[in-house]
Design a protein around this ligand. Structure first.
Ligand code: NAP
Length: 284
């Protein structure tokens, strides 16, 4: 039976460390790290994420600002807000909650954020730095996975790592971070042939597809570490991952539950990035 990787507990531990470092930072510099979150429109899921980000900031002692803009916001208005926050000394991290309403250009907005305040690490400058392995900010979800592995004592070095999913937000940066940690990495996607056979080779299997219970026992090697990034809503409203937990738990050595695995880590890593951004500004 696999051991559970408790993302809630590990996240709480890291947040407590960030809180301590924030106190230290404040007493040294006289100001707190500041995060600004912009949300446009009324997507209910986005509203929950933004509320949780604000709560996370309060928990660790950050200054936080939430900008709730109406659905009818124009590109020029959104750009102007980003410009204002880029110039604001009290703000060290800027996050634009995605998705934006269809009439707005996400790429244009993300490119406009000062890369030194890009705590989501979505700006091509930061994406490039991640590729090189010389990064300031790690993309939050893959960074959360790496922190879970590290704090569980699982070292990817020399291990066969298989990532299922190649999105810019999760799969691709995940593969890069595992590679930087000296894993031997294979990235799979919807066109991968005989996916189950490739997945079965993994010592560490990271799944980020967005399909409930997609990974079953036939896709997991005995003793593998299984990390489930998926967050899917069942018809009854319950949250479930991309891995069939009941089928895979008896085979894996470690497994993340959903909820309570990768999910709680993402905002924690955002807080970590904001602290890093503030620390970089403070030493300038
Ligand atoms: P995405 O942009 O939709 O990408 C999904 C990826 O999965 C694509 O690369 C796609 O392949 C691949 N895929 C889809 N069906 C497949 C199949 N049958 N076989 C193999 N590969 C398949 O999704 P995402 O943004 O990466 O998110 C993935 C999941 O993680 C979602 O459930 C999302 O809710 C969750 N998520 C969780 C967190 C968190 O904080 N825990 C954060 C972000 C995302 P192609 O490229 O070939 O289309």
């Amino acid at each position: 039976m696999a051991k559970l990787i408790d993302g809630k507990a590990i996240s709480a531990q890291i947040r407590a460390e960030i809180k301590d470092k924030t106190e230290e930072f404040y007493s040294k510099n006289g100001f707190a790290p500041g995060l600004a979150v912009i949300i446009v429109g009324e997507n209910p899921a986005s509203q929950v994420y933004v509320r949780n980000k604000k709560r996370g900031c309060e928990e660790v002692g950050f200054h936080s600002e939430v900008y709730e803009m109406p659905e009818a916001t124009t590109q020029a208005e959104l750009n102007a807000l980003v410009d204002k926050l880029n110039a604001d000394e009290a703000i060290h991290g800027i996050l634009v909650q995605l998705p934006l309403p269809k009439h707005l250009d996400e790429t244009e907005v993300l490119l406009r954020i000062d890369p030194s305040k890009d705590v989501d690490a979505f700006h091509p400058y930061n994406v490039g730095k991640i590729m090189i392995g010389d990064y300031d900010f790690l993309p939050c979800t893959p960074a959360g996975v790496m922190a879970l592995l590290e704090r569980t004592g699982i070292d990817p070095a020399g291990k066969k790592c298989v990532v299922i999913g190649r999105s810019n937000i999760v799969g691709k940066p995940m593969a890069m971070l595992l590679l930087h940690a000296n894993g031997t990495v294979t990235v799979c996607h919807s066109r991968t042939k005989d996916l189950a056979a490739v997945a079965r080779e993994a010592d560490i299997l990271v799944v980020a597809i967005g399909r409930a219970d997609f990974v079953g026992a036939d896709m997991v090697k005995e003793g593998a570490v299984v990390i489930d990034v998926g967050m899917n809503r069942r018809a009854d409203g319950k949250l479930t991952g991309d891995v069939d937990f009941a089928a895979v738990e008896p085979i894996a050595s470690y497994i993340t539950p959903v909820p309570g695995g990768v999910g709680p880590m993402t905002i924690t890593m955002l807080l970590q990035n904001t602290l890093t951004a503030a620390e970089k500004k403070a030493v300038k």
